[in-house]
Design a protein around this ligand. Structure first.
Ligand code: SF4
Ligand code: SF4
Length: 202
């Protein structure tokens, strides 16, 4: 009897308070900014291509071996629009085997992959958990927009930044090469002026 009354008191105390749970899946609560969902591939707007070069480091390091990737020659590099000589051609992650550990993100040297906020990719299809390049890029681009993503090493990985740095280095090299003959001529002239005074001294 007493325990029943205690139970009713608890119910009454919480009756007018705001719900902290949601009627999932009809209602979705927003995820925190640092929430780690499935990995997504990121997009370099400046070259209009993925950051991923298909280097395979993440594929080798993934503890569940759920990733595969193939690279190919980058046509944008041939046209001078990108510094990436190789670019990803196909990429697949078996999301059923992904344990959301984030190791692929930690080992990537190209700012190419991030743990997105996506966590709802259930499917009735037998191959529905296999995320291909298109889906992974969609996840990455959505994540970039959500968190106003910025690369960790823009000076190494963002095409426009790398190309600008390269152009500046080339220009400096050409300027140095142009200046070298003038410097040599000035040195010769100076030594020619010094020679007569040495003769006078002897
Ligand atoms: S988060 Fe972990 S398990 Fe998932 S793809 Fe990356 S390395 Fe593999
Ligand atoms: S995501 Fe990064 S580590 Fe993985 S293949 Fe692409 S560039 Fe290499």
């Amino acid at each position: 009897m007493i325990s029943g009354l205690k139970g009713m008191l608890v119910t009454l105390r919480w009756l007018g308070k705001r719900n902290i749970t949601a009627n999932y899946p009809k209602e979705h609560l927003p995820v925190q900014e640092r929430f780690m969902g499935f990995p997504g591939l990121l997009w370099d707007e400046t070259a209009d291509e993925p950051f991923c070069t298909g280097c395979m480091v993440c594929v080798r390091e993934c503890p569940t071996q759920c990733m595969t990737a193939i690279m190919h020659d980058n046509p944008n590099a041939v046209e001078g629009k990108s510094h990436r000589r190789k670019i990803i051609e196909t990429f697949e992650i078996n999301l059923n085997r992904c344990i959301l550990c984030g190791i692929c993100v930690d080992v990537c040297n190209f700012d190419a992959i991030a743990m997105s906020h996506e966590h709802e990719l259930a499917s009735f299809a037998r191959t529905g958990a296999r995320a291909d390049l298109g889906l992974l890029l969609d996840l990455g681009r959505k994540f970039q927009a959500e968190v106003v993503w910025a690369p960790k090493s823009a000076d190494r990985n963002v095409a426009s930044v790398v190309l600008t740095k390269r152009a500046a280095a080339e220009a400096a090299k050409v300027a140095a090469a142009d200046a070298a003959p003038q410097a040599d001529a000035a040195t010769l002239e100076a030594s020619a002026k010094e020679e007569p005074s040495e003769e006078r001294g002897s």
